[in-house]
Design a protein around this ligand. Structure first.
Ligand SMILES: NC(=O)c1ccc[n+]([C@@H]2O[C@H](COP(=O)([O-])OP(=O)(O)OC[C@H]3O[C@@H](n4cnc5c(N)ncnc54)[C@H](OP(=O)(O)O)[C@@H]3O)[C@@H](O)[C@H]2O)c1
Length: 340
């Protein structure tokens, strides 16, 4: 049996400790992936800082965190036909949230359901691909499942003739959402700091607005005259600022009056608000449809691995430093730790 090592968090709010972990053999429809790179997400420093319930579940300690990995398949369950040993994959993992630490990213060998990963083309480095998985699932749930963007539009070159409003275009989720919405034929009106406007346009945003300007809402409203909106994806979900701003814009324009936000949004009169729901995505047919598109879009260069990684050290020992770096805040970047 191979050995395994993990970055453990042994009790609420403790720092990570790198120690041996059990090597779990795959079930019939599972694979084992040897992790080459992990990305750090805000969820991980939130868990370390104040131990919130996640997806309605209390985290059980000791546990292993980690939501994004890229690596190589090293073992297959007896009923797996989709993968072979040596395949390069990326995946959004959530082991700690479901009480299965063997399925979390911050370890050497990770157990994954065979339907979960996406193949990574040979010409894309694993430490670049790893910026994508959680952001892709979040954007997919928000855009296609909850706002109802037409998934069949993905990659068919058709224009949907509608605009997606997107707050936080340079965030991890925003970078993927811009690319997906454009690939599905929607115009995207995004917000970001001025330093990231050109970057958001390079990903496909039609218009980009400076959220720091006092008249940003008026600017967006003027630009939306005569256009139909398909709703708003709020990748920041600040209930004092971003959610009410989107609510005020949506009440004034033609189209769907709905906000899907990455965190629980507050209520807004006349506008439907929802938190993005990844568990619902896993149960929906959209998961396979969008993941099939992701694989081909990555291969064809249609989907770019953005934002760029900031590589923090090498090895599981660097995970705490990665989390400390993200906690201070990043701009159009994803914190990544290489494991090999
Ligand atoms: N519910 C879920 O399943 C789920 C999944 C993923 C993420 N999330 C949550 O979503 C949030 C963002 O995560 P992330 O990883 O995407 O963030 P991130 O990439 O670390 O966010 C940094 C970016 O946010 C932008 N930003 C900050 N304040 C902004 C504002 N007021 N308006 C517009 N842009 C703003 C910054 O843009 P500029 O530098 O251009 O100013 C920066 O590029 C976190 O709270 C996370 O926990 C939830």
């Amino acid at each position: 049996m191979p050995s395994n090592t993990a970055a453990w968090i042994k009790a609420p709010k403790e720092r990570f400790q790198v120690e041996e972990a059990p090597y779990t053999s795959p079930g019939a429809k599972e694979i084992i992936v040897k992790t080459a790179a992990v990305a750090i997400n805000p969820l991980e420093y939130k868990i370390q800082d104040y131990n919130p319930p996640v997806g309605g579940n209390e985290i059980k300690y000791p546990t292993i965190l980690g939501s994004d990995l890229a690596g190589t398949v090293v073992e297959l369950g007896s009923a797996v036909s989709k993968w072979k040993v040596g395949d390069r994959v990326m995946a959004h993992t959530f082991g700690a949230v479901i009480g299965k630490p063997a399925q979390a990213a911050f370890q050497e060998h990770v157990v994954l359901a065979d339907w979960l990963p996406t193949p990574v083309p040979d010409d894309i480095a694993l430490d670049k691909a790893v910026v994508l998985p959680l952001a892709c699932d979040t954007a997919t749930a928000g855009l296609f499942l909850q706002l109802g963007l037409d998934v069949s539009g993905l990659g068919n070159g058709r224009s949907a003739g509608e605009v997606l409003l997107l707050w936080g275009g340079s965030s991890s989720v925003g970078c993927v959402a811009i690319q997906m919405a454009r690939a599905a034929g929607y115009e995207v009106f995004a917000t970001a700091s001025p330093r990231n406007h050109e970057f958001c346009r390079s990903l496909g945003a039609t218009q980009v607005y400076d959220y720091g300007k006092s008249d940003v809402e008026a600017e967006i409203l003027t630009a939306l005259k005569g256009k139909k909106v398909v709703g708003a994806l709020d990748c920041i979900a600040d209930n004092e600022k971003t959610v009410p701003a989107l609510g005020r814009i949506l009440t004034e324009v033609e189209g769907k009056k709905k906000i899907v936000a990455v965190l629980q949004p507050g209520e807004i009169d006349g506008v439907e608000v929802q938190r993005v729901s990844i568990p619902d995505l896993f149960r929906s047919e959209h998961y396979d449809q969008v993941h099939a598109w992701l694989a081909s879009a990555l291969k064809d260069g249609v989907l770019r691995c953005k934002p760029d990684p900031i590589i923090i050290g090498k090895g599981l020992e660097s995970i705490q430093e990665g989390i400390d770096t993200l906690r201070k805040g990043v701009s159009a970047a994803k914190v990544v730790v290489k494991l090999e």
